[in-house]
Design a protein around this ligand. Structure first.
Ligand code: HEM
Length: 439
């Protein structure tokens, strides 16, 4: 994501509940200070008048048990997208002709309007490629990781974001989907446009102004047509990639093939979800390694520890820190806080992950933690992130090869950085000093 000119560090470190502000510019630098205040004083924190309408409220949830309960009960806690789908379905205008509606929403309308279809969608359409079936990409990802490491200097300072964390998921997702290598820069630019709300959007609802929405849709110009062309070509001559698969598969839940527009929507979701999230996970892992040099030595000596290292880093530094994605469909109680029907719930995954009621010594990265993957960075329940499989695999292979092929990884000389704005825990750059092992 390109550094925004307006990003300045306006939120100062909070000391009490009144100071807590998770969403203004610069809040990123103090998120974890804010979480300890929320846990202590207001684990169910009301944002008065900040629901979907000014008459309703939003609530920030930060306890593990509360969020886990919400995501596992989609009937009581309705995804906000379900409400948007109902509105789309009720409109006289076909959704693909509406302003500011992306193809992902259009395809959701027909492919997964219910919880059952959501599950079928995952199982039949995405799991074989980016969920548990991602294992099929192991050799390809290893090849990509090695090629990126080959390009690093044998010794010296690098920007880890540009040299490794950013290109890896871009290359991997392009190859999974079946896009030509030469189109990766264009795809990356479209990916950046898709995540704009999560970077520049205001407040917990990540709202873009009309001006920003126009800019977003301008930047996305050509994406739909580009994907349509690729889909058409692959219908005629399928290859061994996800888009080809989607052109051929019979979606048994609906007992039919997918339309071009539906495939376009799935591709949109893969590009939106699959690039920056994994980039940020890799960036955070690099920082956790540099923060304690003995960690690198431990992982190099025993690479079996990498699995827990990756889960612990996802827990401690959730790439997607929080999302306002659920509505209460009835009056609820969270502890002693009344949450009326129709309230927005902002699920703060990153805070749940350091809830002392769930995790012993929650702020310690422990390579011997039991059931380390129970963190909520990918959410849980029927809407759990469909790309967790491929993201974990990319992280696993990246660090296996980096640890094996480097003698040391430390912060570089210029190691001051600011986090990028928005709801994701990302840095704009990350200067590292690496020393590669002799070949
Ligand atoms: C470290 C990496 C990632 C993190 C932390 C992450 C996190 C999340 C979270 C928290 C959600 C919301 C779930 C909910 O509302 O309950 C989500 C949804 C989603 N994620 Fe991920 N994600 C990651 C990687 C990926 C990848 C690699 C892909 C695609 C290959 C992907 C695709 C999606 C999609 C499409 C959704 C929306 C739900 C759906 O359409 O089924 N994500 N992700």
């Amino acid at each position: 994501m390109t550094p925004p000119e307006s990003h300045s560090n306006t939120v100062s470190c909070p000391h009490e509940l009144n100071d807590v502000d998770l969403f203004s510019a610069g809040a990123q630098e103090h998120w974890y200070d804010a979480y300890s205040i929320l846990h202590r004083e207001a684990p169910v924190h009301r944002l008065a008048g900040e629901g979907l309408t000014p008459q309703t409220d939003a609530f920030i949830l930060s306890r593990y048990d509360d969020i886990n309960r919400v995501v596992k009960d989609p009937l009581r806690f309705t995804p906000i997208t379900s409400l948007m789908l109902e509105q789309l379905a009720a409109s006289d205008t076909p959704p693909e002709q509406m302003d500011y509606i992306n193809m992902m929403m259009v395809s959701m309308l027909t492919l997964r309007p219910t919880v059952e279809l959501w599950r079928a969608h995952r199982k039949e359409l995405t799991d074989p490629w980016v969920g548990p079936g991602a294992e099929r990409h192991r050799d390809m990802i290893t090849r990509r990781v090695d090629a990126l490491i080959d390009q690093l200097p044998s010794e010296g300072d690098i920007d880890f974001v540009q040299a490794f964390a950013r290109p890896l998921p871009q290359q991997v997702m392009a190859e999974v989907l079946g896009f030509p290598e030469a189109d990766i820069p264009q795809l990356a630019a479209w990916g950046e446009a898709q995540v704009m709300p999560f970077v520049y959007g205001a407040g917990h609802l990540n709202r873009l102004t009309n001006e920003q929405l126009n800019a977003q849709f301008e930047k996305l110009e050509g994406f739909k047509e580009y994907v349509q062309e690729v889909v058409k070509a692959k219908r005629v001559k399928p290859g061994n990639d996800m888009i080809s698969f989607l052109t051929q598969v019979t979606y048994s839940a609906l007992d039919r093939k997918l339309t071009d527009l539906e495939i376009n929507g799935i591709v949109y979701a893969m590009v939106l979800g699959g690039l920056e999230t994994t980039q940020y996970a890799l960036e955070q892992q690099a920082q956790l390694i540099c923060d304690q040099p003995e960690r690198f030595a431990a992982l190099k000596e025993d690479p079996d520890l990498l699995r827990v290292f990756i889960e612990e880093s996802l827990r401690l530094r959730a790439p997607t820190q929080g999302l306002s994605t659920r509505l209460t469909s009835q009056d609820e109680m969270f502890g002693d806080v009344e949450v009326p029907r129709g309230s927005v719930l902002h699920l703060r995954w990153a805070a749940a992950n350091i809830d002392a009621a769930e995790f012993d010594c929650p702020l310690d990265l422990r390579l011997d933690r039991k059931a380390a993957s129970r963190h909520l960075s990918f959410s849980a329940g029927p809407r759990v992130c469909p790309g967790a499989g491929i993201s974990r695999l990319e992280q696993q292979i990246a660090w296996t090869r980096l640890v094996e092929r480097c003698d040391s990884i430390r912060y570089g000389t210029d190691n001051a950085f600011l986090h990028q704005p928005g709801i994701m825990l990302g840095t704009l750059e990350l200067n590292l000093n690496i020393v590669k092992s002799p070949d």
